[in-house]
Design a protein around this ligand. Structure first.
Ligand SMILES: [Zn+2]
Length: 53
């Protein structure tokens, strides 16, 4: 099952294959590089991983 979310930063869609991810995994927006941590699968939730620059 695939889930499409919107990048909270650049609003591009990010497609995530739910069978390959787990809570705590990091997905990266391929457009802007924002990293999202998966905080819940049911319901699917992500949180922006703050990157130190
Ligand atoms: Zn993005």
């Amino acid at each position: 099952m695939k889930k499409t979310i919107k990048c909270p930063d650049c609003h591009h869609p990010i497609t995530i294959d739910l069978s390959t991810v787990a809570v705590g995994d990091i997905v990266e927006c391929q457009y802007c590089g924002t990293e999202l941590e998966i905080t819940s699968l049911k319901p699917f939730k992500t949180a922006i991983l703050e990157e130190e620059k």
